[in-house]
Design a protein around this ligand. Structure first.
Ligand code: AMP
Ligand code: GLY
Length: 416
């Protein structure tokens, strides 16, 4: 079977590793991939979806898996479907749950799904009026995709107004910010919930938590994510029942009504406040680094993806292992501020029940070089969360590159 994976991060690498575990006779292709995916298959040096669809057709690709949202935003799923190439992910219209915050917020309101109180507008004076009614902190969001940077948590009314002005004028995020969403601030804890959907039905994956801040104790600047673990004991059965009934089921039904049936990964960024789950955001693909800890927990990830693509989730049994996974991101010296000099990655030994998922790496004369912000993720698997974490950190000690930095407290939320 020939599979094309779109993206270049540790997320895509971890999907590939998991697929190889599911089935041995796979031929893997990556676009654009990274220095480590080159060792798992063939890297295609383009991100142009038109070029990729021709390539996929010529190569008889049996399945395309979209890792990164940028391809979804461009409509890669629509294009591949038109060309009869099976593809895992939502259409461009369904991807609007992630690509437009204002679409998402209005959708939540229309289908009565709990979310922070908000106003979505292009008008500064309406924004100011709304801001003045809120108690700080106040959340200001750019409508479009901003690689995780389009959210400002303003400490004062003035700061919120300034952030809104900068967005509306196009100064801070270009066109992505010309429509803004202003929100009340919700106080609670965040969870990453993943449902693999086929338009009608879904499979819930273990609930994960991401660590968005650079430093221990959730200090320092925001990043793409410095680590994750799953399953999280913070997600009680009762909470999950609410999430299914009050969020996932109405989301799938609502998208169907909107004429944009949702297939692929529905990723809920939840804030749990007073035991109630609020949707902060939807993403329409696996989270990174959450994917790196979810993949090892799914018994047969290829079967899960095929069940979504072939619309047969209702009739497919997906087994989740009774194990825990922790992933620690090792980032380069200057991350997330600026790029760092390349340096060789040295791996002493891979202890049992651990593995590396590679992200910002390149291959030079067969040497693997750290060549990006988030370089790799050390993953440990265990029978409980502590064992998984100890294994992940043991692997971290065995991996080195110049300026390596990582958080020492991944999974602190559930390990006291
Ligand atoms: P988003 O991209 O919308 O998930 O926002 C990025 C991060 O900003 C989230 O992971 C939260 O930590 C924070 N955030 C966003 N919206 C809110 C809100 N209404 N209340 C509190 N924190 C928020
Ligand atoms: N880990 C958060 C994201 O992938 O957006």
């Amino acid at each position: 079977m020939k599979i094309l994976i779109l993206g270049s991060g540790a997320r895509e690498y971890s999907i590939a590793l998991a697929l190889k575990r599911s089935k041995t006779d796979l031929e893997l292709f990556f676009a654009p991939g990274n220095g480590a995916t080159e060792k798992l298959g063939t890297n295609i040096k383009t991100q142009d979806i038109y070029v990729l669809s021709v390539y996929a057709k010529n190569k008889d690709i049996d399945l395309c898996i979209v890792g990164s949202e940028s391809f979804l935003a461009e409509g890669v799923v629509d294009l591949f479907k038109q060309n009869d190439i099976p593809i895992f992910g939502p259409t461009k219209a369904a991807a609007m749950l992630e690509t437009s915050k204002s679409f998402m917020k209005n959708f939540l309101k229309k289908y009565k799904i709990k979310t922070a109180k908000f106003l979505s507008t292009t008008n500064l004076s309406k924004a100011v009026q709304f801001i003045e009614k809120l108690t700080p902190p106040i959340v200001v969001k750019a409508d479009g995709l901003c690689a995780g940077k389009g959210v400002i948590i303003a400490k004062t009314h003035n700061e919120a107004i300034e952030a809104t002005k900068d967005m509306l004028s196009g100064k801070s995020f270009g066109d992505a910010g010309k429509l803004v969403v202003i929100e009340e601030f919700l106080n609670g804890f965040e969870l990453s919930v993943f449902a693999v959907c086929d338009g009608n039905d879904f499979v819930l994956l273990p609930v994960a938590q991401d660590h968005k801040k650079l430093l221990d104790n959730d200090e320092g600047p925001n990043t793409g994510g410095m680590g994750a673990y799953a399953p999280s004991s913070l997600a009680s059965e009762k909470l999950l029942r609410k999430v299914k009934k009050d969020i996932i089921i109405p989301t799938l039904a609502g998208m169907k009504k909107e004429g944009a049936e949702f297939s692929g990964v529905l990723f809920l960024g939840l804030m749990v406040a007073n035991e109630k789950p609020y949707v902060l955001e939807y993403n329409v693909r696996f989270g990174d680094p959450e994917c790196e800890v979810l993949m090892p927990l799914i018994e047969d990830p290829l079967e899960l993806i095929l069940a979504s693509v072939q619309k047969r989730i209702r009739h497919t049994k997906i087994n989740i292992k009774k194990e825990y996974a922790v992933g620690v991101v090792c980032a380069s010296q200057n991350y997330p501020y600026k790029s760092s000099p390349k340096s060789e990655i040295l791996v002493k030994d891979i202890p049992q029940d651990t593995h590396i998922s590679y992200a910002g790496v390149s291959l030079e004369q067969d040497k693997l070089m750290a060549d990006g912000g988030r370089v790799l993720v050390c993953v440990g698997i265990g029978e409980d969360i502590k064992e998984a974490r100890d294994k992940a950190y043991k692997l971290c000690e065995n991996v080195d590159f110049k300026g390596k930095q990582f958080r020492k407290d991944i999974a602190f939320q559930v390990i006291k």
